[in-house]
Design a binder for this molecule. Structure first.
Ligand code: DPP
Ligand code: ZN
Length: 872
């Protein structure tokens, strides 16, 4: 397959203004009747052919302006329907047959738990009917759904329900009209036996919107949090961005088999059940947060994605980077901004930085792709959101809002580009964002180097910032980088004055780095400072700055910026762990740095830190993150070093941790409230450290928490501790958990995932056995990800076992999955992307598996694109 290039974009020759669809849903065959009202675009030559996209369609008939075409008047290939010279304006009616029951790709129209559902982004609509399946073709849709009434009592599509009725043979129908023109990727249809959890929302202009959450009957008691989250998101978008919902009804359907997290189809969101369903005994605090943010994300797409959509798929970050950024602002407002920011940055560094330095590295606006689904990446989403965040930092909150308002005013109802968005922000504020625009085309994580000098006599501090190309690259254009800074003295924050400022203050200032190297002078600085750089992680760069361990300890204790305070602790922890790993490799005796222990003890004792921040500060950097800072990832040494440090810290802090555990026992029933979440986070972190000591009475704490917990957060945390501990306690807890939850797919996913993530030395053997467990199956994406995905992507130590068996296991599963679901297989095969970062033995082992996959006959183009790039 040939790549498609951004530079080759051409507007379509024809466009479609209206779509009338009729679905005859059936057990064996589904018939799709489509009538398209087509218009030739100005400037298209008269004789230009109309070429529609299609995939896996059994063609039945085609009629032009009501006249059935005969052979020779049109041409069908497996991926196209061509009408030579159809005219300037006409209707085209086609009939095709499809088999949703055989559609295991979960793209297009398919079945899940016996119900019909759809997923059309990016290019699934062509698997339903012949169409100009590209986002710059926006049409009004009217949809009739017909199905057996007993089996499929509920019939849904986008927009408003305008008619329903009975048909012969026990069948019925519903007709839905969507008044808003939309691209085909936002089409959705659902038919099934579902229950409605209803609610409503009163918009600020006084309209009542009906809210409906549709789930399988058993799940009706798990919808309340999703509904609350939706209402909160609707209110928030009105308040923060002036955006009101536009239809009379908003529906969310939970689907058990879903490749993505969720999908923002106009008025009818389809969700992975994982991001809808929650009850205290089945969902953790983190699950609750995940639901809140994904519900909000999809809702926010109604304006950033649906009303204003993407011209072409290279612009994906236009809607995704922006909508992730919006859902982050929302989550920060709903909970703790510092905790949210730390979580986002940790994920960015662990996943996106790795992607950006590996074979799949691409700009947030890619230049080419073979399979678009491969570009729904952490770079497009999370780095894309960072890029939006930098613009907001540069423009300020009010300036950003002005820019957003202009963007909506200019482009409502259009399919536009990232450049259009940036132009709206620039024009609304009268600023120049040209240089900033390079963030859209540059690959890799830029490096920012900093050095500072304090002049005690002049009471001035000079900070020199330098930007350098990403590691492994020799050149890069100069970027426009906002660097948020502050100074911290021996007794806390220091005030200072930058040139042009009239008064000194200790507030955070944003320096704009636009040259290769720039110096900034800070005046009225009372004492030798430690510089606190990149506060709030003001830019997605790698920072190199010379700071002693003592400097870091000062920031860890006293930086007023919560993110930077955490970050300093992480950097200190990273140094300590990397030195330990070097000691492991050199077979030197191991000892945990007492200064680090002391800094952690201060965190434990700090009354000013909430439980969540404390838990984050006391979590050691993960092995994948540590590996990024080594020239060759020392898999075993890192694992041993981290295990050692974890136990040593537990031993050193045994008493205070035990005191925390005992003093934070739950009072009353589970409540999903900030203070309670903080309490549980800290208590469960303490438990993990304590159980690592292996003392029977400490292990018993976990056992008893596991038995007594009235909620999944505490139950899962205790189970995780027991799995790490191993032995009969592990087996007993796992058996009990399975007994309790084996009929509950989302909870059982946790059972698989916890075992796949374990650092225990027998994890590979257990994962191998679990892959043959009767409850395991490769057809359900959540289940496949819970075992294969977690093992391959999150368990560096076991996946990269030197004997290569971890690699072989994941490769086997990738091939097995690729036979039915290439999107999912392509996600999982990315576990091999960092292969060049490892030692020769492991490189060889991964290369062997990559070549084996590449040589597999019938490999999908999605997986082929990833492995070809990895091997290139
Ligand atoms: N459903 C995916 C998301 O919302 C793709 N649009 O990010
Ligand atoms: Zn999205």
């Amino acid at each position: 397959p040939q790549p498609i290039f951004r530079k080759d974009y051409r507007r379509p020759d024809y466009t479609i203004d209206r779509v009338d669809l009729r679905f005859e849903l059936g057990e064996d065959v589904t018939r799709v009747h489509a009538t398209l009202t087509v218009r030739r675009m100005d400037g298209t030559p008269e004789g230009a052919p109309l070429v529609l996209d299609g995939e896996n369609l059994a063609h039945v008939s085609v009629a032009l302006d009501g006249r059935e075409l005969s052979a020779g008047e049109y041409f069908v290939t497996p991926t196209s329907l061509t009408i030579p010279a159809p005219g300037a304006g006409f209707t085209l009616a086609t009939v095709v047959e499809i088999k949703p029951q055989d559609n295991l790709e979960l793209s297009g129209l398919y079945r899940s738990s016996g119900n019909f559902c759809t997923q059309c982004e990016a290019e699934g609509f062509r698997r339903i009917t012949w169409f100009l399946d590209r986002p710059d073709v926006m049409a009004r849709y009217s949809v009739v759904v017909e199905a057996d009434k007993a089996k499929y009592p509920v019939l849904l599509a986008n927009g408003n329900r305008v008619a329903t009725g009975d048909l012969d043979g026990g069948r019925h129908f519903a007709r839905w009209d969507d008044p808003f023109p939309k691209p085909s990727y936002l089409f959705a249809l659902v038919a099934g036996d579902l229950r409605c959890f209803p609610g409503e929302f009163l918009t600020r202009s006084g309209r009542t919107v009906r809210l409906e959450i549709w789930v399988e009957p058993d799940n009706i008691d798990r919808c309340a949090h999703a509904l609350r989250s939706l209402q909160a998101a609707m209110r928030w978008d009105e308040e923060k961005f002036g955006r009101e919902y536009d239809l009379d009804i908003y529906m969310i359907v939970a689907v058990s088999d879903f490749n993505m997290g969720a999908m923002e189809n106009k008025g009818l969101n389809l969700f992975n059940a994982k991001y809808v369903l929650a009850r205290p005994d089945t969902a953790t605090d983190d699950d609750y947060d995940g639901i809140e943010s994904v519900i909000a994300h999809e809702y926010f797409h109604n304006w950033t994605g649906n009303r204003v959509t993407c011209r072409d798929w290279f612009q994906l970050t236009l809607k995704e980077g922006l909508t992730v950024f919006r859902d982050r602002l929302f989550s920060a407002d709903m909970g703790s901004p510092a905790v949210a920011r730390i979580g986002d940055v940790l994920a960015l560094r662990t996943n996106q930085f790795a992607e950006d330095s590996g074979p799949m590295a691409h700009p947030i606006r890619p230049e080419s792709y073979i399979e678009m689904n491969n570009f729904y990446t952490t770079t497009v989403y999370e780095k894309g959101a960072e890029v939006i965040g930098m613009m907001r930092t540069l423009l300020g909150e009010a300036g950003f809002r002005r820019g957003m308002d202009l963007y909506f005013e200019r482009h409502d109802g259009q399919a536009v580009t990232c450049d259009d968005f940036r132009a709206a922000l620039a024009d609304a504020n009268g600023v120049d964002l040209e240089q900033f625009g390079r963030w859209y085309s540059q690959v890799g994580t830029p490096v920012v180097r900093a050095r500072g000098e304090y002049d005690a006599d002049a009471r001035s501090y000079t900070l020199t910032l330098e930007q350098a190309p990403p590691r492994g690259r020799t050149s890069a254009e100069l970027l426009h980088i906002p660097v948020a800074v502050g100074l911290v003295g021996p007794d806390g924050p220091l005030s200072f004055k930058l040139s042009g400022e009239t008064a000194a203050s200790a507030d955070t200032r944003v320096l704009e780095l636009r040259e290769r190297s720039q110096s900034f002078r800070f005046d009225d600085v009372a004492a030798a400072p430690v510089v606190s750089l990149l506060r709030g992680f003001s830019a997605p760069v790698e920072l190199e700055v010379e700071r002693s361990d003592a400097d870091l300890a000062r920031l860890m204790a006293a930086d007023p910026d919560s993110f930077s305070r955490w970050d300093a602790g992480q950097e200190l922890g990273r140094r300590v762990l990397l030195r330990l790993a070097a000691d492991v490799e050199a077979r030197r005796p191991l000892a945990l740095d007492p200064a680090f222990v002391a800094a952690c003890a201060e965190i434990v004792a700090d009354p000013g830190l909430d439980g969540s921040l404390k838990a984050l500060a006391l979590t050691l950097p993960n092995e994948r993150l540590l590996g990024q800072h080594q020239p060759v990832v020392a898999v075993d040494a890192l694992h041993e070093a981290r295990e050692f440090a974890f136990k040593a810290l537990a031993a050193a802090l045994r008493e205070p941790l035990l005191a925390i555990y005992q003093s934070t026992a739950p009072q009353g029933q589970y409540r999903i409230e900030r203070a309670e979440v903080d309490r549980r986070k800290l208590r469960n972190l303490a438990l993990a450290y304590l159980v690592a000591l292996g003392e029977p009475e400490l292990v018993a704490l976990a056992m008893s928490q596991f038995h007594l917990a009235d909620n999944m957060t505490d139950s899962e945390a205790a189970l995780a501790c027991l799995i790490e501990h191993g032995g009969p306690e592990r087996d007993a807890a796992l058996a009990e958990f399975h007994r309790r939850w084996h009929k509950d797919p989302l909870v059982l996913d946790k059972w698989f995932a916890l075992q796949a993530a374990s650092g225990h030395p027998d994890t590979l053997e257990r994962v191998t056995a679990l892959a043959d467990h009767p409850d395991f199956n490769l057809l359900n994406p959540n289940r496949a990800r819970s075992l294969v995905g977690v093992f391959g992507m999150r368990n560096q130590h076991q996946f990269h076992r030197k004997d290569g068996r971890g690699h072989a296991l994941v490769a086997d599963k990738v091939l097995a999955i690729d036979a039915h679901n290439s999107q999912l297989a392509a996600r999982l095969v990315a576990a091999f992307n960092p292969w060049r970062r490892f030692d020769a033995t492991r490189q060889q082992s991964m290369r062997t598996q990559l070549e084996r996959i590449a040589g597999h006959s019938g490999l999908s183009k999605a997986v082929r694109e990833i492995v070809d790039r990895a091997l290139a």
